[in-house]
Every structure is written in structure tokens, then in C-alpha cells.
Design a protein around this ligand. Structure first.
Ligand SMILES: *[C@@H]1O[C@H](CO)[C@@H](O)[C@H](O)[C@H]1NC(C)=O
Length: 130
């Protein structure tokens, strides 16, 4: 039989492991824009599954330097979930107009997978790096 203390210790270590394994999601507003030459240095169009992340997220991403083309966030994939729908997009740009640090600006086609473009802004959508 395990002592009461040993059982508590087991629960404590299991809880710690779970905390380490679960990555916190990000919540932000989602809008869409007309892509062109992005901060990552490549051109994209309305129908590409791409995203511009908020300037703060872009600039503070680990490894970011003064040359945005070399930002390690470029090419990362993000899965956005909103009201039972989801879309996976690739980071290609920096959104200077995004007010919230976790706001995302999608291509029109990517946005359309989550809601009608006429909605314009999706509040508090959940997202994570894939
Ligand atoms: C999107 O909204 C517009 C305007 O309300 C509507 O005319 C159109 O049919 C909608 N499109 C879809 C795919 O629901």
C-alpha cells in the first residue's frame, strides 16, 4: 500500500507534468486584408492561406532581429478556431494595425473558412501554433 503522503506526491507530480504538456492558447480578434509583399519577404494573394500576426507578436518572437525577412516566426503555421470552424495558415506578415497582441489578419480566403467576409471582425478567436 502507498502511504497517504506517497499518493499525494503522485498526484502532485502528475499535475506538474500536465501543466508542462498543455500549451496555453492565444485569444485575439481576427480580421482580413489584401496580401501583397509581406514582412517575411514574399508575395501572397487573396487566396493563399496566410496570416499577418500582430506587430508585438512578430517583433517579440524568439530569435527576431532587425531584418523581418529573417524572423523565425516566418513560415510557422497557426491554427485558428472560431465557433466550431478552423483554418490553418502560414505566417508571412506583420500586422501593424492589429491593436491586440494576439490579433490576427488573414487573407480573405482563409477568413472565409471561419465566417462570411461581411462579418468583418471575429472577436476572441482561439489560436495556437501548429
Ligand atoms: C455573406 O454575406 C452576404 C451579405 O449578407 C450574403 O449576400 C452572402 O450570401 C453571404 N455568403 C455566404 C457564403 O454565406
Amino acid at each position: 500500500m502507498l502511504s497517504r503522503t506517497a499518493i499525494i506526491a503522485l498526484f502532485a507530480s502528475a499535475a506538474t507534468a500536465a501543466t508542462v504538456a498543455v500549451q496555453a492558447s492565444n485569444y485575439g480578434d481576427v480580421t482580413y486584408y489584401t496580401p501583397g509583399l509581406g514582412a517575411c519577404g514574399q508575395y501572397n494573394t487573396d487566396t493563399d492561406y496566410i496570416v499577418a500576426v500582430a506587430a508585438g507578436t512578430f517583433d517579440n518572437y524568439p530569435g527576431a532581429t532587425s531584418n523581418p525577412n529573417n524572423n523565425p516566426i516566418c513560415g510557422k503555421q497557426i491554427k485558428v478556431n472560431y465557433q466550431g470552424k478552423s483554418v490553418t495558415v502560414t505566417v508571412v506578415d506583420r500586422c501593424a494595425g492589429c491593436a491586440g497582441a494576439a490579433d490576427l489578419d488573414l487573407s480573405p480566403t482563409a477568413f472565409s473558412q471561419l465566417a462570411n467576409e461581411s462579418v468583418g471582425r471575429l472577436y476572441n478567436a482561439e489560436w495556437d501554433y501548429v
